[in-house]
Design a binder for this molecule. Structure first.
Ligand SMILES: Cc1cc2nc3c(=O)[nH]c(=O)nc-3n(C[C@H](O)[C@H](O)[C@H](O)COP(=O)(O)OP(=O)(O)OC[C@H]3O[C@@H](n4cnc5c(N)ncnc54)[C@H](O)[C@@H]3O)c2cc1C
Length: 497
């Protein structure tokens, strides 16, 4: 039966996307979205800070505490851009630009940055060019030998295993040095977590599938087109992309002139015009149960009300959902994954002619150290001035903006600036603006076996008392990227008549 009333718990991107799509699909249903914080958007925080330039002119810089750039591979986000008329505010970074191509690593215990060759082909071609920096970088040698040997390694996935860590997977195919340096750095950049704990199937399903397509060789598999994704497109509800897909041709990453917050603001603007949607900020759900007599959900709230709904979408972190349930009707695996904490520090410097603070490029990541005591507090640093310089237009040339990600709160800004200077190999001046955001428990670490556990959760939700009327979605279920979250919201309630 089609829902007549829907409760959505959580107003991060997952919950907002669910509200947007459900209100279109079920225009006759009354939808109420509860969000614990007054601020909607969850971890998305885009703010401008006022600054005074050297010549006394006043302007502002855009600072992101959460997500800052998106990849165009998520069609559900492109669809929102089209449906919410966000195209005029898009800022794109072409794949061919140095800001997209140049990515760096800082190896713990060394000074300065090493350039990562942008593709296996570029390692080979850089080998032909005496001027290339990647030729002389040890990274080029590690990459080249790992990638060149991989197709000759026999199928070595142990029999009967259904999942393994990213580190185990990459070590099997490319060797442990490759896995420690490249795999751990990638996982630091996306999950702020340890690649030895993260599930390869949950985090990088395309790698697992490519190994199968390549009959054991990941490199061979990656070079073969995937039939599965083509079939999924045909069978699925088509995306309404307008010409946004076209605009994204050749784009590496994108954002908006007012940052990722533009997506949240546009969703809120649109939802506020919908008669069947009520957005309630600053009120949290405190309990959730299905009343067997009325076959309705009863949601108690921090404002001492009881919200009743025929259907419910939970888009809150899984441990929060656990706290809402009665011990009589538990759901499995809600606390199986820990959450990583990340301290994000925005730094803005005044530019000085001749004093280059970082190379042109996307930024750098710091891999896991070879010994525990050499571990670095800094996970990586994004060069916003290179990758999203147009957010500060027309004053982009007057400032240098970068964002450091740390695994622990900052003890002292002076110490942080020293550490960054050492990693960049350049003495940084005193920053003009510093904003520190301690994002506690912000990114779920999808542990090995995650997909199996989520399958079990889904089966329980199909049975009594939930009867598929409760959907559990969000970063801790279907993937942490903004694209994953928006897609999960788009799919919510697909089977509700
Ligand atoms: C620092 C950082 C950088 C990131 N960078 C990127 C990036 O560059 N690109 C990218 O694609 N992804 C990035 N991500 C990941 C992505 O931003 C998140 O995974 C995504 O925003 C999570 O959305 P969500 O709605 O599932 O959860 P959340 O954002 O956690 O939202 C959950 C919401 O639920 C509410 N809530 C909690 N409990 C209750 C309750 N009991 N009742 C009612 N409401 C409740 C909260 O107030 C919150 O608004 C980043 C994440 C972080 C933290």
């Amino acid at each position: 039966m089609a829902p007549s009333s829907i409760a959505i718990l959580g107003g991060g991107l997952t919950g907002l996307s669910a509200a947007f799509h459900l209100s279109r699909r079920f225009p006759a249903a009354q939808i109420t979205l509860l969000n614990k914080d007054i601020h909607f958007g969850g971890w998305v925080h885009s703010r401008r800070a006022k600054i005074t330039l050297k010549d006394g002119r006043e302007t502002s810089v855009l600072l992101e505490a959460g997500p800052r750039t998106l990849r165009p591979n998520s069609k559900s986000v492109l669809e929102l851009i089209n449906l919410l008329d966000l195209s005029p505010f898009l800022l794109t970074v072409p794949k061919s630009s140095p800001a997209a191509r140049n990515r760096f690593l800082h190896l713990p215990g060394t000074k300065g940055l090493l350039c990562i060759p942008s593709s296996p082909l570029s390692i080979l071609t850089s080998g032909l060019s005496p001027k290339s920096s990647s030729l002389h970088s040890p990274l080029g040698h590690i990459l080249l030998s790992a990638v060149a040997r991989e197709p000759f390694r026999l199928w070595n996935r142990p029999l009967m295993i259904e999942d393994e860590s990213v580190d185990e997977f990459l070590s099997r195919r490319f060797g442990s040095e490759f896995a420690r340096i490249f795999g751990s750095a990638l996982v630091h950049g996306i999950y702020a977590a340890d690649s030895r704990e993260l599930s390869v199937r949950a985090a990088f399903p395309s790698l697992w599938d490519a190994e199968e397509r390549g009959r054991g060789s990941l490199v061979t598999g990656l070079l073969r087109p995937s039939r599965a994704s083509a079939t999924a497109e045909v069978n699925d509800l088509p995306y309404q992309l307008g010409d946004v897909d076209e605009q994204m041709r050749g784009v590496s990453v994108y954002s908006f002139s007012q940052g990722i917050g533009a997506l949240v603001d546009a969703l809120l603007r649109e939802l506020r015009t919908r008669r069947n949607v009520r957005l309630v900020g600053g009120v949290s759900a405190t309990g959730l149960r299905m009343n067997p007599r009325t076959a309705q959900f009863e949601i108690t709230t921090s404002s001492c009300e009881t919200l009743r709904a025929t259907h419910t979408v939970s888009a809150v972190p899984l441990p929060s959902l656990k706290g809402l349930l009665s011990p009589k009707t538990p759901l499995p695996h809600l606390t199986a994954n820990p959450y990583s904490s990340v301290t994000v520090v925005n730094l803005v410097f005044l530019a000085s002619p001749g004093h280059v603070l970082h190379p042109v490029g996307f930024g750098y990541l710091v891999p896991r150290a070879s010994s525990r005591h050499a571990e670095n507090a800094i996970l990586g640093c994004v060069f916003d001035s290179s990758s999203m310089s147009t957010q500060e237009a027309p004053w982009s040339a007057d400032i240098v903006k970068m964002t450091a990600m740390l695994r622990e709160p900052v003890a002292s800004i002076a110490r942080l600036v020293d550490m960054l200077s050492e990693q960049l190999g350049v003495r940084l001046p005193d920053p003009l603006v510093v904003r520190v955001h301690d994002n506690a428990h912000c990114i779920p670490l999808l542990r090995v076996g995650h997909l199996q556990r989520m399958q079990e959760l889904s089966e329980v939700l199909q049975g009594e008392p939930w009867s598929s009327k409760l959907e559990v979605i969000g970063a801790g279920v279907g993937g942490v990227s903004v694209g994953d979250c928006v897609e999960a919201g788009r799919r919510a309630g697909r089977n509700w008549a």
